[in-house]
Design a protein around this ligand. Structure first.
Ligand SMILES: Cc1cc2nc3c(=O)[nH]c(=O)nc-3n(C[C@H](O)[C@H](O)[C@H](O)COP(=O)(O)OP(=O)(O)OC[C@H]3O[C@@H](n4cnc5c(N)ncnc54)[C@H](O)[C@@H]3O)c2cc1C
Length: 459
């Protein structure tokens, strides 16, 4: 009899796992049933802000493979609009509800792939029946926001609550659609994924685009009028709003896992080993935004909900489910984003992470340009490095600047992944020509500065 794999969640982690398992085991050897509660499979949530702004005209472009492709070409039984409501580990069964007709199905499994992603953080004050308030996690969320922005009467005033990268990208999308935008942030400024000195550069650029930033301002409630949201209430009064987007971060979607007895780690996400197995539960796998992983620099478990990890982790799980061997060895926290033309990149630890992990370190900021100063289009680029003291090992890096800033972080990520010191880095053979970099690349200038800072402390 064929083994049976049940996948809960039909996006990055779930479908990567299913696809890799199918590549290794034919349809007579492995039956695959996928339950997805939404309307889409294998879509790019990362592209939603660019669909909201209109840069990507068609949501179909965000869908890598639709359910029919998985059914036809990969012999998977993909059940859309089916929400798994119970996992019974003893009977090795799941119960799923058909969200269209309310019917219930019960399916047995040998292997279970848990890939339910994350859910937007929604404090009690944000729970409302008023129309015009949106979380932003799935393509269905993006579609709901698009419909609201296109409906009559057209919203004119947007308030984005929370200045993480999703909030910042949605604020950009709204300004590009011609709305007036206020971003409200409980912390000092948006982009707390970088240190505050680098975040300030991002905040300045956002103001330059016409986005009003209200920092250090906790939101306490929402007001509504005739069933529509009308304002965001803060400790310093109300901010009028026709549309509100919650960008307060996400938490792992673990309710179902918890109820079934899957173990959670200190971050609140599901614990997995490096083969993406749930410890102590043979045949149970988990991957993506619902799991925690190892930070290779701090050595601590972290919850880093990013598509890049979800795809890799799903792939690892699928290879293992398919009977081969693969591992996911952790993350270093590399991420990039942009606000219009301003690019932001980070990798490794921020200053506060390095402190919390108990490192001694120096940090330096180097100002440079993306191209030779005389070359047309040369713009400022700021590179921050954090290096362990006295070893000089790179612990973290951040870059803010115009074109070619964000992907430069990859050079630093590779250096960090391989445990390079800032001294080693000053010798890196990086490409140079005036249209691409000054003769001393901003990365090299920053490394030299870090070497000097370490030497000054030891003199
Ligand atoms: C606006 C936005 C921009 C982003 N930009 C980036 C970026 O630039 N770079 C990057 O690396 N990452 C980005 N991300 C994050 C990235 O999209 C996620 O990390 C990735 O989608 C996680 O994949 P996943 O498969 O773990 O979870 P998800 O993509 O969330 O998929 C989980 C699926 O499970 C389904 N599901 C949940 N519970 C059940 C249930 N009980 N039964 C059936 N189905 C269920 C959900 O409907 C969902 O489709 C962005 C996310 C958003 C929202």
């Amino acid at each position: 009899m064929a083994q049976r794999l049940i996948v809960i969640g039909g996006d990055a982690a779930g479908m990567s796992a299913a696809s890799q398992a199918r590549r290794r085991r034919g349809r007579d050897d492995l039956e695959i049933v996928v339950f997805e509660r939404g309307h889409f499979t294998s879509y790019s949530a990362c592209g939603i802000p660019y669909w909201i702004s209109g840069l990507v005209p068609d949501p179909e472009a965000l869908i890598a493979r639709d359910p029919e492709v998985f059914r036809r070409e990969h012999a998977m039984d993909v059940r859309m609009r089916h929400e798994v409501t119970t996992i019974d580990l003893e009977r090795r069964e799941v119960v799923a509800q058909n969200l269209e007709d309310g019917g219930e199905v019960r399916e047995r499994f040998d292997d279970l792939m848990y890939a339910t992603g994350a859910v937007p953080v929604k404090p009690p004050w944000a729970v409302t029946d008023a129309h015009g308030v949106f979380g932003m996690q799935t393509l269905d969320d993006g579609a709901a926001l698009r419909d609201w922005l296109d409906a009559d009467p057209q919203p004119r005033r947007a308030v984005v609550i929370g200045g993480g990268y999703i909030g910042v990208e949605i604020a950009e999308a709204m300004i590009q659609r011609g709305l007036s935008v206020t971003l409200v942030e409980a912390g000092e400024q948006p982009m707390s994924t970088v240190d505050s000195d680098m975040g300030e550069l991002v905040a300045d650029a956002m103001r330059g685009l016409g986005i009003t930033i209200r920092g250090s301002l906790p939101v306490t409630g929402l007001e509504e009028h005739n069933g529509r949201v009308s304002a965001v209430v803060t400790e310093e009064g109300s901010i009028p709003a026709d549309v509100v987007v919650l960008g307060l971060g996400v938490r792992p979607n673990t309710a179902l896992a918890e109820a079934a007895g899957l173990p959670l780690g200190p971050t609140g996400a599901i614990r997995v080993d490096r083969r993406m197995r749930v410890p102590g539960l043979p045949g149970i796998w988990a991957a993506g935004d619902c799991v925690e992983t190892l930070h290779r620099v701090s050595g601590l478990p972290v919850h880093v909900p990013l598509g890049t990890h979800a795809n890799k982790q799903g792939r690892v799980a699928g290879i293992n489910i398919g009977g081969e061997y693969a591992t996911f060895t952790g993350v270093i926290g590399t991420a990039v984003t942009k606000v219009c033309d301003l690019e932001v990149g980070r990798t490794g630890l921020r200053e506060r992470d390095a402190k919390a992990a108990g490192f001694e370190f120096v940090s330096v900021i180097a100002e440079s340009t993306n191209r030779a100063g005389y070359y047309p289009g040369s713009r400022p680029m700021t590179v921050k490095l954090i290096a362990e003291r006295p070893s000089g090992r790179l612990l973290g890096a951040q870059i803010v600047g115009w074109s070619e800033a964000a992907k430069r972080i990859d050079t630093l990520a590779v250096a960090l992944w391989n445990g390079m010191t800032v001294d080693d880095m000053t010798q890196l053979d990086l490409g140079y020509a005036p249209p691409y970099a000054p003769v001393w690349d901003p990365v090299l200038i920053a490394a030299r500065k870090a070497v000097d800072a370490l030497a000054a402390l030891d003199r």
